[in-house]
Design a protein. Structure first.
Length: 588
């Protein structure tokens, strides 16, 4: 995500437990009454402290959901804001449901009109979307309307760990520069708000208004059920439907992540839902009453984990329409933890049938692309199938070495069909908007590598946000590749092995790796033997996404170097490696 979005410059301008607040112990629980005279209540967080349940509301708001906050006990790692602007002038009560006595995190609460921090943390991505603060996982409700790409996302506004799931919200006109908007959908008596999708109801089938954005999501309470909410102001505010949930739970624990689209053949909305280890399709004329249509998935693809976040959409290949079904799975990814598999086949309006292909097939073979789905309502005149994933892995996502925010998304990608290894595949390649943020570039002459060759100082003012384009041609070499390196000896290594037909990424020496045992393991993708490979590599502070031959293979990998990697070393085991057409772009 580009920097233009934020002008966060000022440090915390706040006062501690001000004169307008009063602490007391009401019965069992500690409470603070606060006559609201500022925009935010800032809660001190210590990540390893136990969660405390906190409720914030006016005296007549007893049914507000409680939020879990790792309230500081011994030290303060960072603050999280509770936005109380709408209560200015009123009395609010903060109830600490599981606290009897004041602890550090209560004593150090601040009240402030600002919640600002510099947007320049060491691992803050600059051209990928990341949450302003707090935790993010799956992209949700991606929908395009009137020139705006909407991105909602699984969001914890009250800490950088998973929990309190809301839908965060941002908009963009190009999927690169994002503007943060207030949190869109908050937990309610049916539960927290899990993943889902959004559609534009062009024909007002639900009766919420023509062109209303309707969000369809999982209410995660005692069971998982599907609910809807609508917006008639271009996504700025959402109203939950009074008849929620619209799809009750049939007795399955994992019953979630509805992705909805209009199907012209059966003339109805189709909900593609993850149901344990299958996908169930439901149909509806009005987004409110849903009927089961069919189920897919037994005995096909990877079943090494629970199925999540599906998506179903058509793609055309040489004039023929094929249907693609994306299914995220965790664990069971090709390199451990979470990953997104896909099936290609047909959909007759009610039932999906997979073509016989060598499943499992993966959208991205790196460890860090999960729960990705595609944008709905992209104009026909554009016609692209645009995808975004969460650039992390449940194996270690909650422990990565960032503090006041956690996780980013992948670059926006265009999905298309192609052929590789003798069968059809889904290719994924950065959306063309990514070309518009290229800044000054540097080209290098052809390198004829025998054993090793290093390009030192790739870019003069390398801030860790750059793109590499090049062609690698092995000349009688079976093992070759390149490494990004820095002066501290840290490296990120990409190896092509034509004996095993694998491309692997090794991040074992890439900087900070000890935060989680599962972070280290090697990563590989199948490749076919060719005389030449076109490489595109996008680096953004703490991530590298590599695309081979226009997206035949994509691999996304996060890494945490302690210094920017501004050198590149080519290597070959035997023979020679020709590295040609090398251009390094600074990313603006
Ligand atoms: C996938 C997922 C979804 C769920 C959400 C909860 O990463 O587990 O299945 O809706 O995250 O945050």
């Amino acid at each position: 995500m580009k920097k233009t979005i934020l002008s966060i410059l000022v440090a915390l301008l706040a006062i501690s437990l001000g004169c307008n607040s009063q602490k007391k112990s009401s019965g069992e629980n500690l409470t603070i009454d606060y006559q609201v005279d500022s925009s935010y209540i800032l809660l001190p967080v210590e990540e390893t402290a136990p969660e405390i349940k906190i409720k914030v509301g006016t005296p007549d708001q007893n049914n507000q959901p409680a939020y879990d906050v790792h309230l500081a006990q011994n030290k303060i790692d960072y603050w999280v804001p509770i936005d109380v602007k709408k209560y200015k002038g009123q009395k609010l009560t903060l109830s600490f449901l599981t606290l009897k006595e004041s602890i550090l995190g209560v004593k150090e609460i601040k009240y402030s009109d600002r919640f600002d921090f510099p947007y320049n943390e060491t691992y803050r991505p600059q051209f990928h979307f990341s949450p302003e603060h707090g935790w993010m996982n799956d992209p949700n409700g991606m929908v395009y309307l009137d020139g705006e790409y909407h991105l909602f996302y699984q969001y914890n506004p009250y800490g950088s760990m998973w929990g309190n799931m809301h839908w965060g919200h941002a908009v963009s006109t190009d999927m690169v520069s994002w503007t943060y908007l207030p949190t869109a959908i908050a937990p309610d008596s049916l539960g927290t708000i899990f993943s889902g999708s959004a559609v534009v109801d062009i024909n007002n089938t639900a009766g919420f208004g023509k062109n209303a954005i309707v969000a369809i999501f999982t209410s995660n309470g005692k069971t998982q059920r599907q609910s809807i909410a609508y917006s008639t102001d271009k996504g700025r505010t959402f109203t939950k439907y009074s008849g929620n949930p619209v799809l009750p739970n049939p007795g399955i624990t994992d019953f979630r992540d509805p992705k909805v689209s209009w199907n012209e053949v059966s003339n109805q909305w189709i909900m593609t839902l993850a149901t344990k280890q299958t996908i169930t399709f439901f149909g509806s004329r009005d987004l409110k009453k849903w009927t089961k249509l069919s189920e897919f998935g037994q005995g096909i693809g990877s079943h090494a984990g629970v199925w999540e976040c599906p998506d179903l959409f058509p793609l055309t290949y040489q004039g023929k329409t094929k249907w693609v079904l994306l299914v995220s799975i965790n664990p069971g990814g090709p390199n451990g933890g979470s990953a997104t598999q896909y099936f290609i086949g047909s959909f007759d309006g009610t039932k999906f049938t997979a073509d016989p292909l060598p499943y499992p097939l993966w959208v991205d073979y790196g460890r860090d692309n999960y729960a990705g789905v595609t944008w709905s309502n992209i104009p026909k005149s554009d016609g692209r199938r645009l995808f975004l994933g969460w650039m992390s892995n449940w194996d270690y996502a909650t422990t990565v070495p960032t503090l006041n925010f956690r996780s980013a998304n992948t670059t926006p990608r265009e999905l298309s069909l192609g052929m590789s290894g003798g069968h059809m595949i889904v290719k994924s390649f950065p959306a063309k908007e990514m070309n518009t943020i290229r800044g000054a570039s540097k080209t290098y002459p052809k390198q004829v590598v025998e054993k090793e060759a290093t390009l030192t100082g790739l870019l003069p003012k390398n801030k860790g946000t750059y793109e590499v384009e090049m062609t690698l041609k092995p000349m009688h070499s079976s093992t070759f590749g390149f490494e990004l390196t820095n002066t501290k000896g840290e490296l990120l290594k990409f190896t092509f092995d034509l004996k095993t037909n694998k491309l692997s990424i090794d991040r074992d020496k890439s900087g900070k790796i000890n935060f989680n045992d599962k972070f280290k393991s090697g990563t590989s993708a199948p490749i076919v033997t060719k005389g030449s490979y076109n490489i595109r590599l996008l680096v953004d502070k703490a991530s590298a996404e590599i695309f081979i031959d226009n997206g035949e293979i994509a691999m996304s990998s996060i890494f945490f170097p302690t210094e920017i990697m501004n050198n590149m070393t080519f290597f070959t085991s035997e023979g020679k490696l020709n590295a040609e057409n090398i251009t390094i772009y600074n990313i603006k």
